[in-house]
Design a protein around this ligand. Structure first.
Ligand code: NAP
Length: 446
């Protein structure tokens, strides 16, 4: 590594941050050295805390992300909050470029009456809890409801529905903390209603994920036949894509089913229902919707339940010192170059969900990272700025400030401890979920 290496700080160690680090470290001639900052003591962002625990095949991507962080030109700096432990300006002073890839960690709201009643939760909260996120309280969910309503028809809604249906044995094969297995295993939820405001053709979930529900043991999956009776209305338009056609075929299969009541759980889809209010005094007892079904008069309905999960999308949060568009929850940018009110913010870039909003699958972040790194390389090639003299490593500064930085070898100790924690329980791995415990393990000497 030369003394004049191109120093880049990447904020966020989820898939988009990792792919940016990979692209940068592999660019011939760029001589890039990358520090990846992560606010949690552990890497992988949404792969660790967003991908559903029962989707182990998708989760296995951590293997290739780990190779990126273990690369000699890449350094992982966990447990560092950019904006608090080190300011954004301090990063800009120390690095030739800063790439913001901190994702979209907050949830979107419905903004309807009763949304704050007990019994209403966001999918973001529920997913964080079952994924063992250190910010999620262990006792956040009790699951004593009989009926759950999930609002929104995207892939996250299906993740939540599946997790509510998994058997204790299936849960034990995942890496979720033991308290999550215990609460889900004791859950009294029998009926899960997944509600879309538009018709089936406009559902956001992928047909593969929708079809997967059929394989859930002890679960019957049904759809409201009225929503699918009128082909034209269900399809939404005459321009159906092959994936929409597959999705509609699967939903028609669910609608053709006859409820048997013989299963542990039922997942039921209902479309054309726009939520207008949660009803209830001390806690939510129903969701009032306006039903605008095909060929039917508009009607008011109350869907009775005791647990409600709004799964209507994620939202990015502002990073102190960085321009932000609150309406979209993203940073303003032009081809990955972050813009402030006056033009490009020199040397500052964005990638992933904080750049384009919460859409696409993990692989989408790869193309996105390639595009952002292309902008960085172009800017590097045409810069007239003389090479920066010297380099001030921020690590001593962070330590001076009392930040307990978790480097890659320290994360590997957490990783090993999670495997060891699984053994007495007969489980492959059990995630550590308390920040203090993670830090204690990270700093323990072998
Ligand atoms: P999403 O795909 O954007 O779905 C959000 C759902 O919420 C839509 O059905 C939307 O309906 C509905 N919605 C929004 N505002 C609403 C409102 N006010 N009232 C009622 N419904 C409302 O978001 P997501 O499910 O959170 O997923 C985020 C991203 O992660 C997606 O790209 C997804 O594919 C990806 N993901 C992928 C996987 C996987 O590949 N296995 C798993 C999880 C997540 P409208 O369409 O009518 O707005």
């Amino acid at each position: 590594m030369s003394g004049t290496a191109f120093r880049v700080a990447v904020v966020g160690s989820g898939p988009s941050g990792a792919y940016v680090a990979q692209e940068l470290s592999e660019q011939a001639g760029l001589d890039a050295v990358v520090d990846v900052y992560e606010r949690l003591p552990v890497p992988f962002g949404l792969v660790r805390y967003g991908v559903a625990p029962d989707h182990q095949r998708i989760k296995s991507i951590v293997g290739s992300l780990a190779e990126i962080f273990a690369h000699p030109r890449v350094r992982f700096l966990g447990n560092v909050r950019v904006g608090t432990d080190i300011t954004f300006d301090e990063l800009r002073q120390r690095y030739d470029a800063v790439v913001v890839a901190c994702g979209a960690s907050a949830d979107r709201h419905l903004s309807i009456p009763g949304e704050d009643l007990p019994g209403v939760a966001s999918a973001t909260d529920f997913v964080a809890w079952y994924s063992g996120h250190p910010d999620a309280a262990v006792d956040r969910f009790a699951l004593t409801a009989e009926t759950a309503v999930i609002i929104g028809v995207g892939n996250v809604a299906l993740d939540v529905a599946r997790m509510l249906c998994r058997t204790p044995d299936e849960l034990r094969r995942t890496d979720v903390p033991q308290h999550v297995v215990d609460v889900l295993a004791a859950s009294t939820v029998r009926e899960i209603l997944v509600v879309g405001r538009r018709g089936p053709a406009h559902a956001k979930f992928s047909s593969k994920e929708l079809g997967e529900l059929r394989e859930l043991s002890g679960t019957e999956v049904l759809a409201d036949p009225d929503d699918l009776a009128d082909d034209q209305a269900a399809a939404g338009s005459t321009q159906e894509s092959p994936s929409t056609r597959r999705m509609l075929a699967t939903l028609r299969g669910y609608a053709a089913g006859t409820p048997t009541g013989a299963h542990r759980r039922t997942v039921r889809f209902a479309f054309f229902r726009t939520p207008v209010a949660f009803v209830g005094e001390d806690s939510a007892r129903g969701l009032r919707v306006i039903r605008r079904g095909p060929g039917q008069a508009e009607a008011d309905e109350v869907l009775p339940a005791q647990f409600f999960v709004r799964s209507v999308g994620y939202r990015g949060l502002a990073l102190p010192g960085l321009p932000f568009q609150p309406d979209t929850g993203t940073v303003p940018h032009a081809e990955g170059r972050v813009m402030d009110g006056t033009g490009e913010l020199a040397g500052v870039y964005a990638a992933g969900w904080i750049k384009r909003g919460p859409s696409g699958v993990i692989g989408t972040n790869k193309q996105d990272a390639v595009a952002t790194v292309a902008a960085i390389t172009q800017d590097r090639a045409r810069t007239t700025k003389p090479p920066r003299r010297g380099y001030e490593d921020p690590l001593p500064l962070l330590r001076e400030r009392g930040v307990d930085v978790v480097e890659w070898s320290a994360w590997q100790r957490i990783d090993a401890a999670e495997e060891i924690a699984g053994r007495p329980l007969g489980r492959g791995r059990v995630k550590l979920h308390e920040r203090g415990r993670m830090l204690a393990v990270a700093s323990a000497q072998n």
